[in-house]
Write a protein that binds this ligand. Sequence first.
Ligand code: DMJ
Length: 933
Amino acid sequence: MSEAGGGRGCGSSVPQRAPWSLVAATAAFCLVSATSVWTAGAAPMSREERQKLGNQVLEMFDHAYGNYMEHAYPADELMPLTCRGRVRGQEPSRGDVDDALGKFSLTLIDSLDTLVVLNKTKEFEDAVRKVLRDVNLDNDVVVSVFETNIRVLGGLLGGHSLAIMLKEKGEYMQWYNDELLQMAKQLGYKLLPAFNTTSGLPYPRINLKFGIRKPEARTGTETDTCTACAGTLILEFAALSRFTGATIFEEYARKALDFLWEKRQRSSNLVGVTINIHTGDWVRKDSGVGAGIDSYYEYLLKAYVLLGDDSFLERFNTHYDAIMRYISQPPLLLDVHIHKPMLNARTWMDALLAFFPGLQVLKGDIRPAIETHEMLYQVIKKHNFLPEAFTTDFRVHWAQHPLRPEFAESTYFLYKATGDPYYLEVGKTLIENLNKYARVPCGFAAMKDVRTGSHEDRMDSFFLAEMFKYLYLLFADKEDIIFDIEDYIFTTEAHLLPLWLSTTNQSISKKNTTSEYTELDDSNFDWTCPNTQILFPNDPLYAQSIREPLKNVVDKSCPRGIIRVEESFRSGAKPPLRARDFMATNPEHLEILKKMGVSLIHLKDGRVQLVQHAIQAASSIDAEDGLRFMQEMIELSSQQQKEQQLPPRAVQIVSHPFFGRVVLTAGPAQFGLDLSKHKETRGFVASSKPYNGCSELTNPEAVMGKIALIQRGQCMFAEKARNIQNAGAIGGIVIDDNEGSSSDTAPLFQMAGDGKDTDDIKIPMLFLFSKEGSIILDAIREYEEVEVLLSDKAKDRDPDTDSEEQPSSENDSQDQSAEQIAPSSQEVDLVDQESPEESSLNSEPESSSPADTDNAASVSASEQNSNPMENHETTSLDGECTDLDNQLQEQSETEEDSNPNVSWGKKVQPIDSILADWNEDIEAFEMMEKDEL
Ligand code: DMJ
C-alpha cells in the first residue's frame, strides 16, 4: 500500500482521498465512462422522465417517513396497517426479528442520512435534534449486536458524517458539535462486552443496559452466531475509532474478522452460515452468499476500500474465487457444503442474495452481476416482488417479502456501471409495484404473501434507510444531490461513511496482519480497478447482449436442483437413482436402494421411511450415491411440505379510504365456495347477531346480501356458515375470539367441516385472526359502510388513488379504483387467475372451548401427505429442458476433464470418512430444516 493508504487501488485524482476513492464508487467510475459511450440498446430515458421518477421517490419517502413520524415515533417502527408504533413487549413477539428493536426510535435513526441524500436538509436538522432530545440508548432490552451495529451505530455515524459535511458548507447544522458521534461512541461501548469471548467473535445479543451475562442481562449464554453477524462490524467500528481516536472498536472488529478468516474451510475457502463463538466450529456447514453470510463478504471488500488494508482485499479475493467456482452457477447462486463444495446444499435461493450483483460491480465482475440481476428481475416480474425464497425452477419457496432493498441496490450499481437505461426501467417497475401493491393509507406494508398480495403489519426501518436512497440515486443527476456521493462508501444498511477516514487515525491498521498472506498466490488477485474500456469494449450493447440469452430463463425454467449429481457422470455411465424418480413399487429401484445401503421401512400409518447405513452399501461409490439420494430425498420432502401449504386467502378492503390497498391474510374453509377456483366474492360487511353465529340470526335483514362477520367459538364453523347462509349472507368471515392473535405470529389453518356432508354450504367462508379482524371492525366503527373482496389473490389497486397525496382527485380515484378491483357483481370469473399450487393446508375443527383454540397448528392426518414416496413429483422435461440438461451434461463433461473438483462422484473414499461426512451432512440438513432468514 502506498502512504496514501492504497497505491494498489485505482489512481485517484484527489490524493487525500482513500486509495479506492474512484472504485469506492467503482460504480460511479464505470458510469462516467459507460454513459459516455452509450449510444444504442434500451431507449434512453429523458431527463424529464428521470426527474419525474425522482420526485415520485421523494413523495413515497414522505408518505413512509411522514406516517412513521406522525403515528409511530418515538416507537422503533411503524405498523402501517394498524397505523401505530411497534413497541417491543406491547405486541406479540415475532421472535428474532424483534431483536432489532431497542426502544431507540430505530426508524428515525436509520433514516437520518437518507434525509440528506434526498435533499431534505431542513428535515434532517429537525430529525437530528429529535434524536439528541429523545433517544435513550440505555434501555433494559436485549438487542441483536449485528442489527444494532448496522442500523443504529451505522445510522448515527451516517448522520454524523453528513452533519459535519453540511456544517462545513456553512448553511445548515451550524450548531452541531459532534453530538451524534458522542451517542455513537456511547453505543459502541455498550456493544463491546459482547466481544468477551475467547475467540473474539461477539455474542449475537446484548442487553443495552446490563450487557452480557449479569443475572439481569437475560443473554450471554448463546453459543452460536451467524457469520454475517460476527463479520459485519468493521466499517462502523473502524469509522467510530477513526472519528474518535478510540482504537478499541476497530481492534475488536478486526479480531473477529481475523478469527473468521482463520476458520474458513481450507480446501474450499468457503465459510459456513453459523459458527460456535467459543470453539470456532462450524455449526452450519452450508455456504452461500445470502442469508447468514452476505455482508461478511461485503465488508471484506468495503473494508479494503474504506481502510486501504491489503489483507482485506486478499481475503475477499480468495473467497470470491471460491464463490465463483462453487456457488455461482450463472445466473443462479446456490448454497453448497463447505467440505463438499460440489454438492448443492439447497434447491432454493433467498432474497438477501440480491445484493450480490451490486457487490460484483464493486469488484468489477460485471458479467455475472448482469446475469444474476436479470434472473432476479424476471422472478420479480412474475410475483411483483422477490419472495423471501424461491426454488431453482423459480417457484415460490417462502412467500413473504418485507420490502427488502437489495435488488434496488444492485440495480443502482449496475446502472452506474453500465449506463444502460434498461436499469432505469427496472427501477421504474420497482416504484410502480411498491405503489401498487405495498402502499397503504398509513405507509408501506410488507407483503405477507406475494402470491395473494396480502399484507403484514410491518414496515422495517431498512426500507427507509436503503430503498429510497438507492431508488432516488438511480434517477438523480450529480447536481440533484447536495454533496458528492463518490466521496462516501455505503455500509450494508446504506449508511454513508466518508472515504477520507482511510487516512485518519490509522494507528491500528495492519497491526493484526498475519504472516499467512505471504503464502497466498498473489497472481490470483486482481489488484487493479475495473477498467470500463475492457468491460465495455466499445460495445454499447454489452449489458444487453449478456441479458439476451437469459430473457426467458424464469418462464421456461426446468427443475435443476440436482444438476451437480448429473455433472459427476461421464456419458455411458448409468446415472444414479434420483429421488424425484424413485417409486417404492419399482423392484429395480428397490434393488438400487439396497446396493446403496438404503433400507425401506413400512410404517404402520402407511407411510414409508428410508434409512441409510453406508456400511451396508455394496461399495464406497454406492454408499456415496446413497448419501446423495438421501440428501435429495430430504430436500424433496421439505420442498413438498412447503408446497403443500396452501397460500392463504385474501380479504381486501375495497371501500373508502382503503380502495383495495389493505389486504388481510385469511384462512380458507374446507367447505363452501372454493375461492381458488376462479371465483371471488365482494360485498359490504355486517356483524351477525348473535355474534357467534351459533343459532338462527336475529338480524337477517342486516346481513342479507352482505358478508357476515361472526366470532369464533361455541359451535362448529359449518354451523355458523349455515346460520348466516340461511339469513341470506353471501359470504362469511369468522374472526378469532382469541384476543391479540395474528397471522404474523400464529400459523394459519383451514376451517374444517363438521364431519357431516357440507355440500349444502354454498357461500365462501374465510377466517381472520383477531388482529386482522379488528382492522375490519375498527373500519366499521369509523366509516360504517365497509366493503370487502374475498379472494385467493388480491386484485390490482390503482396506485394513483392515494387520497392524502391527491385530495383533488379523491372521488374520481375512488370510482376508478373500485372499478379496477372488480365489477360489482358478487361472483366474478377471472380470466388470468393464477391457480394456487396445492390444495391442502393444516386444518382445524371449530373449537367449542377456549382451550381448544391453542391447537391452531394441529394437522389432520387425513389431509397431510408429505411423504415424497407416496406423493412424489414426476417432472416431465420438455424439449428445451432436455436440451438444457444435455448442454449442462456436455459442459460438465468438459469441466470434469479439466477440473479435479468435479470428479468427486468417482473417487473412492474410505467408508469411515463417508460415515463421518454423512453424519455431518445430516446434521447440516437438520439445521437447514430449522433455517430462518
Ligand atoms: C438490511 O438490514 C441490511 O442490508 C442487511 O445487511 C441485510 N438486509 C437487510 C435488509 O434486507
